[in-house]
Design a protein around this ligand. Structure first.
Ligand code: HAM
Length: 428
């Protein structure tokens, strides 16, 4: 007996970078399902797509996210291009979108203007489960009104999207982090609290204390988290306008029956936020549990040189949603139909039949090599086909085809002409 030769596994010469991943065909249907569902939900609220570039001048991120944030200080992919300009791979979408909003004078159209975007973002973070260096976001931004009804509507839209995706066990947390009117008082009080404990904080936080003390609240170093116990909370320092705004947001959320909790410690890691901030978390994800996050940024458009225009938005982390949905993958993929054939003429007829069924919207696979019926059925099983159409020379002569239910293994003969009728619905 001749021994079957073992196929040697080729050595992998090139690998993807750390924290960067390929999205393989076995997962792509899930990605497309999330993208398609998001699009449908966003459209029903009047959001339109705006495609932002992947590279931008570095300044826009420093100006908006803030010089003393982790993202700008440690995580940006910044390089000098051949023209000597400082360029950054976008770490997020809000700043580029606001830049585009001003550059194309979109503020001249009637407010609020509602946009969505999607694509890869880049942050040089320490990779771990749910934390990548290239990750995908789907985000929305609504510009042009301060009305707290919009805050509630944005959260309601996010809730509807997560529901449509059939995600369960999520928590909505909200906070208000004030505005330029109430921040100075809070800043004074915060500095007073930190002053005598400064030696307990990391070197970065000691710098932040001088330039941007609120960023100390966002530091993830364990000793800093411990030293922050009992820190004054911004919600106790809100000015009348911010307090009223926050009260109205909560009222509207109650009207819309959106369950939430208030997390006064949530300051978010980006400097542009004002008033409402929020995060949606899934505890099953472990340390990287935020699946979506966002908030208001009422000063950002003006800060970028545009007319005073309030804004609010959020971004979903695609990989985190994909990992929550992975178990449901089979449910989402439409089950393909496999056509098995034996004999030259039958295989020719199968080719035509497959084309006809595909043109009617069915997912159809055929066998390409002259394989035995057994191995064709094995292939059908591997691709998850629920039904197989079997066409042999004999059936072809009779103008019939065998329909095999892969689950029950039951077979019946049906006229080829009537396959259409038979397959409409769920092939029952
Ligand atoms: P963010 O909180 O930095 O906000 O990111 C939003 C979401 O992106 C996070 O909740 C998480 O799901 C995902 N994400 C962030 N970093 C990573 C990473 N390294 N790996 C995997 N997923 C990640 C923003 O980016 C704001 N632009 C959101 C926004 C829009 N605010 C107003 N409008």
């Amino acid at each position: 007996m001749t021994k079957k030769k073992e196929r040697k596994k080729p050595q992998v010469r090139f690998k993807s970078l750390k924290g960067v991943q390929d999205i393989l065909p076995s997962e792509i249907e899930l990605w497309q399902h999330i993208e398609e569902t998001s699009r449908k939900v966003f459209h029903s609220y009047g959001y339109k797509e705006l495609r932002i570039p992947i590279i931008e001048t570095t300044d826009i991120f420093i100006r908006s996210i803030g010089e003393t944030t982790d993202i700008v200080e440690k995580e940006m992919y910044t390089f000098t291009d051949k023209g000597g300009r400082s360029i950054t791979l976008r770490p997020e979408g809000t700043a580029p979108l606001v830049r585009a909003f001003i550059e194309h004078h979109l503020y001249n159209q009637s407010p609020p203007q509602k946009f969505y975007y999607s694509g890869p973002m880049f942050r040089y973070e320490r990779p771990q489960a749910g934390r990548l260096r290239q990750f995908y976001q789907i985000g929305v931004e609504a510009l042009g009104t301060e009305d707290p009804k919009l805050d509630a509507e944005v959260l309601s839209m996010l809730k509807l999207l997560l529901q449509r995706l059939d995600l369960k066990g999520l928590s909505f947390e909200i906070n208000s982090i004030g505005c330029i009117v109430c921040r100075p008082d809070y800043r004074t009080s915060l500095k007073g609290f930190l002053k005598n404990k400064l030696h307990l904080f990391c070197g970065d936080c000691q710098k932040r204390y001088e330039i941007n003390p609120m960023r100390v609240l966002d530091c993830k170093v364990h000793s800093c988290i411990d030293a922050r116990g009992g820190v004054p909370r911004i919600t106790e320092y809100l000015c009348d306008d911010c307090r009223e705004h926050f009260e109205s947001v909560k009222k509207h959320l109650n009207t819309l029956r959106i369950p939430y909790s208030i997390n006064p410690d949530m300051v978010r890691g980006l400097d542009y936020y004002t008033k409402t901030t929020f995060e949606v978390t899934a505890s099953s994800l472990g340390a990287q549990k935020a699946v979506a996050a966002g908030g208001r940024y009422d000063g950002l458009v003006e800060d970028f040189g545009g007319p005073s225009t309030p804004g609010i938005g959020f971004a979903l982390g695609m990989e985190r949603i994909v990992s929550l949905l992975k178990d449901g993958l089979r449910k989402i993929e439409p089950s393909p139909l496999f056509i098995a054939s034996h004999g030259k003429e039958a295989s020719e007829a199968a080719l035509t039949l497959a084309e006809g069924l595909r043109s009617k919207g069915l997912v159809v696979e055929i066998s390409y090599e002259d394989a035995s019926l057994r191995s064709q059925l094995r292939k059908a099983d591997n691709i998850g086909a629920k039904y197989v159409l079997i066409l042999g020379e004999e059936e072809l002569k009779k103008g019939k085809i065998i329909l095999r239910d892969m689950e029950t293994k039951k077979q019946k003969e049906i006229p080829i002409k009537e396959i259409d009728k038979f397959l409409s619905g769920s092939y029952e």
